[in-house]
Design a protein around this ligand. Structure first.
Ligand SMILES: O=C1O[C@H](COP(=O)(O)O)[C@@H](O)[C@H](O)[C@H]1O
Length: 232
């Protein structure tokens, strides 16, 4: 499927443009189907976009927000993606949105993945909006290079839902939506910033080994067109 690159002069301009586009997509979903869904990434890149999106004038009470991936840590942990979204997105007008976490306080991450999959089944399919990020190692969501569950996570014929992932570069154990859950989003975007990430993207485009750079699965096999938002 095609990938379209949208370049912006700076991060603030990118955040405004991406927030406008996402708000329009969510509003259209509400008009057409009565509700809307969005799965967002963690990390440092999306903060400004979250802040801008939280002020957009849409019917947030009809929007379900979830994460594309999460660390197996509670929401008060500074490394929690839930905490990031609670702090920067679920406020202002967006405080009315419903949030579905991926982390659950279970004795094992496998139990948490089962619960997260059950909860996610209630969200409309496909997602209206998915915003991916990318690490400098070429991971996206928690599809990490050489991850222990990478084959299953990237299998487009596999089930929708949340899987576990462990990888050397991942730090904590991770929970991640499968590629099958994300790749057919009505609006599928990759949000990256900085020349370093652009270089990583170019390297990913130049090769095909998904085990080395899982972002290649999104570039080459996503079912929806990939809209790449980049600023220096
Ligand atoms: O580990 C993660 O990192 C990536 C990228 O983060 P960034 O700090 O380089 O923006 C993110 O997309 C993913 O959701 C997160 O869990």
């Amino acid at each position: 499927m095609a990938a379209n690159l949208h370049e912006f002069p700076d991060a603030a301009t990118l955040a405004a443009a991406l927030a406008d586009e996402v708000a329009a997509r969510l509003a259209a979903a509400i008009r057409e189907r009565g509700s809307a869904s969005i799965a967002v990434s963690g990390g440092s890149t999306p903060k400004r976009f979250f802040e801008t999106l939280s002020t957009c004038d849409i019917d947030w009470g009809k929007v379900t927000v979830t994460l594309v991936d999460e660390r197996f840590v509670p929401a008060d942990n500074p490394r929690s993606n839930h905490l990031l979204v609670a702090t920067h997105l679920l406020k202002d007008r967006a405080a009315a949105a419903k949030f579905i976490p991926l982390y659950y306080d279970c004795s094992s991450i496998y139990e948490a993945a089962v619960i997260a999959t059950e909860k996610a089944a209630g969200i409309g399919k496909p997602f209206d909006v998915v915003i991916l990020g990318m690490g400098t190692d070429g991971h996206t969501a928690s599809f990490f290079p050489h991850g222990n569950n990478l084959g299953q996570a990237l299998d487009l014929s596999g089930p929708r839902g949340v899987l576990t992932m462990e990888a050397e570069g991942a730090g904590e154990e991770r929970l991640t939506f499968s590629f099958a859950s994300l790749s057919d989003a009505r609006f599928l975007a990759l949000h990256i910033e900085g020349q370093g990430k652009k270089d990583v993207l170019d390297k990913a485009k130049a090769g095909s080994d998904e085990t080395e750079m899982p972002i290649r699965a999104v570039l080459n096999r996503a079912q929806s067109p990939l809209e790449i938002y980049w600023a220096p």
